[in-house]
Design a protein around this ligand. Structure first.
Ligand code: UD1
Ligand code: CA
Length: 474
C-alpha cells in the first residue's frame, strides 16, 4: 500500500467568525475544529500530517502541542504560510515537508464532519495514481468551485465561482476542498500554478486541468451528504454543524438501545480540560431532554437521567435515578454514584463524590470529595465536603461540614447510623461516633461518643407574657 501523507490547510483568518480565536480553534462538541480534522487523519493511518498555519499560527500550533487532544501515531509538522496567497500557495508551503513517494490527501482545518469511510473511499478512488476529488451536489452552489465535465462525463477542470461563466455557475456539482493525489504529480503541477484569475490567488483547483492535460485520470468521488464537507465560516454555520454532529452521536446511542426522549436535545462534548467525549451506556438507559454530557460518562443498566442534567466525568450505577437539573462534575477525581441511588433534583456532585448503593442526595445538596456508604441520606439543603459517611447515616436539612479553616481542609467522619439534625455545623476535623445523634442547630467542634445525643447550642429560654414593642403615637 502507498504511504499516505496529509496536508491540512488552516491559515485562513475566518473573518466572519468575528472572534479573536483562530477559526480552526473554534470548538465543535467541545473540541477544536482542527482536532476533528486531525482525528480524520488518524483514521486514515496517515504517515505524516502537515498543518499549514497563518492567522493565529502560534496559538494553533500550541493547541496541538504535547499531544493535547489530537491523537494519532502520525508525525505532525507545521508550516507557516505568510502571506496567504491561496490554497495552491498553501499546499506549496507544505510540500517540502513530504517525502514525495506517497499519496497526499488535502483537507481543510475548518471542515470537521468528514467521515473516515468517505476519506478512505476517496483514497481508494485515487488508487495510488489518479487525482481523486471529493465532490457533492448542492441546491445552492454559490461561492464554490464547480466541477466542469466533458460531454461524456469525464472531469475537465474546476472553475472557481468568481471566474465562472453563467453556464458554469449553473453547475450544481461542487468541489468539496478535499482531494487525494500522488505527491510526485502534485509537486509538478504546483510548480506551474499562476495567479492569473479573478481573485489573484494561486488556486489549488487549477491542478485538475493540468492533470487532464498530462493525461492523468481525474475521478470524482461524489457524495450526497453535504454536511460531511461543510466548512465553518460563521457562528451560524458552526451551530448548524454542532447540531448535525450531536444528532449523529444521538442516533448512534439510540442504535445501541439507549432511549433518548429527544435526539435533537442531547449534547455530548469533550470536557473543558480536553478529555474526550465518551458516553458508555448499559442496557435500558433513559435520558430525558436537555442533558449535557462531557468527558467520559458511564451509565449503568436501567439508569435514568432526568431533564436538563449536566454530567461530566462520572460513573452512574445500575438503576440509579438522577432527577432533573442535577449538576455532576467529576473533573479529574471523578464522581461515582452507586446502584439504585437517587440524586436531585437540583443536586450538585463535585470531584471525589462517591455515593454507595441506594444513597439519597436531595435538592440543593452539595457533595465534594466525600464517601457515602450504602443507604446514607442527605435530602435537603446541605453540604458534605471531605467527609466519610457511614451506612444509613441521615444528614439533616441545612447541615454543613465546616471543612476549611481558611488554610487547610479537614475531614469529618460520620460513623454508621449517625443521625445529624437540621442546621448543624460540624467543624472538622471531627468524628461523630456510631449511632450517635446530633441535635438540630448544634455546632460540633469535638468528637462525640458512639450512641450519644450531642447538643451544642444556646439553651432555650422562654420569658413569660412578653410584650412586643408597640408603635409610638406621634
Ligand atoms: C476552495 C476551493 C473551491 C471549493 C471550496 C470548498 C480553491 C481555489 N477553491 O474555495 O473550489 O469549492 O474550497 O470549500 O481551492 N487557506 C489557506 N491559505 C490560503 C487560502 C486558504 O490555508 O492562502 C485555507 C483556508 O483557511 C481554508 C481552506 O484553505 O481552511 C479553504 O479556503 P477557502 O478560502 O475557504 O476556500 P476557497 O478558496 O474559497
Ligand atoms: Ca477564499
Amino acid at each position: 500500500m502507498t504511504a499516505l501523507d496529509i496536508i491540512i490547510m488552516a491559515a485562513g483568518k475566518g473573518t466572519r467568525m468575528k472572534s479573536r480565536i483562530p477559526k480552526v480553534l473554534q470548538r465543535l462538541a467541545g473540541r477544536p475544529l482542527l482536532h476533528h480534522v486531525l482525528d480524520q487523519a488518524a483514521s486514515l493511518q496517515a504517515r505524516r500530517v502537515v498543518v499549514v498555519t497563518g492567522h493565529g499560527a502560534t496559538e494553533v500550533e500550541a493547541a496541538c502541542a504535547g499531544g493535547s487532544g489530537a491523537g494519532g501515531p502520525f508525525d505532525l509538522k507545521f508550516v507557516r504560510q505568510e502571506p496567504q496567497l491561496g490554497t495552491g500557495h498553501a499546499v506549496q508551503q507544505a510540500m517540502p515537508q513530504l517525502a514525495g513517494d506517497g499519496m497526499v490527501v488535502v483537507l481543510s482545518g475548518d471542515v470537521p464532519l468528514t467521515q473516515a469511510a468517505t476519506l478512505a473511499a476517496l483514497v481508494d478512488a485515487a488508487g495510488g495514481e489518479r487525482l481523486a476529488l471529493l465532490t457533492v451536489t448542492l441546491p445552492d452552489p454559490t461561492g464554490y468551485g464547480r466541477i466542469v465535465r466533458a460531454p461524456g462525463g469525464t472531469v475537465q477542470r474546476i472553475v472557481e465561482h468568481k471566474d465562472a461563466s453563467d453556464a458554469q455557475r449553473a453547475i450544481d456539482e461542487i468541489y468539496s476542498g478535499i482531494m487525494a493525489v500522488p505527491a510526485r504529480l502534485l509537486d509538478g503541477w504546483l510548480a506551474r500554478l499562476t495567479n492569473d484569475n479573478a481573485q489573484g490567488e494561486y488556486y489549488l483547483t487549477d491542478v485538475v486541468a493540468m492533470a487532464v492535460a498530462d493525461g492523468v485520470p481525474v475521478v470524482a468521488h461524489r457524495i450526497t451528504d453535504a454536511q460531511q464537507v461543510a466548512g465553518v465560516n460563521s457562528p451560524v454555520q458552526l451551530a448548524e454543524l454542532e447540531r448535525a454532529h450531536q444528532l449523529r452521536q444521538a442516533v448512534r446511542l439510540m442504535e445501541q438501545g439507549v432511549r433518548l426522549m429527544d435526539p435533537a436535545r442531547f449534547d455530548l462534548r469533550d470536557d473543558t480540560r480536553g478529555r474526550r467525549a465518551e458516553l458508555v451506556c448499559a442496557q435500558d438507559v433513559e435520558i430525558d431532554v436537555g442533558c449535557i454530557f462531557t468527558g467520559r460518562v458511564e451509565l449503568g443498566e436501567g439508569a435514568q437521567i432526568g431533564a436538563h442534567c449536566h454530567i461530566s466525568n462520572a460513573t452512574i450505577g445500575a438503576g440509579a435515578v438522577i432527577h432533573p437539573y442535577t449538576h455532576i462534575d467529576g473533573e479529574k477525581a471523578g464522581v461515582q454514584v452507586g446502584e439504585g441511588a437517587l440524586v436531585g433534583p437540583f443536586a450538585r456532585l463535585r470531584p471525589g463524590a462517591q455515593l454507595g448503593r441506594e444513597v439519597h442526595i436531595g435538592n440543593f445538596v452539595e457533595v465534594k470529595n466525600s464517601i457515602l456508604a450504602a443507604g446514607a441520606k442527605a435530602n435537603h439543603l446541605a453540604y458534605l465536603g471531605d467527609a466519610t459517611v457511614g451506612e444509613r447515616v441521615n444528614y439533616g436539612a441545612g447541615s454543613i461540614t465546616a471543612n476549611y479553616d481558611g488554610a487547610n481542609k479537614h475531614r469529618t467522619v460520620l460513623e454508621a447510623d449517625v443521625h445529624v439534625g437540621s442546621n448543624c455545623v460540624l467543624v472538622a476535623p471531627v468524628t461523630i461516633g456510631a449511632g450517635g445523634t446530633v441535635g438540630g442547630g448544634s455546632t460540633i467542634t469535638k468528637d462525640t461518643p458512639a450512641g450519644a445525643l450531642s447538643v451544642a447550642r444556646g439553651k432555650q429560654v422562654s420569658i413569660a407574657n412578653w410584650k412586643r414593642p408597640a408603635k409610638q403615637a406621634k
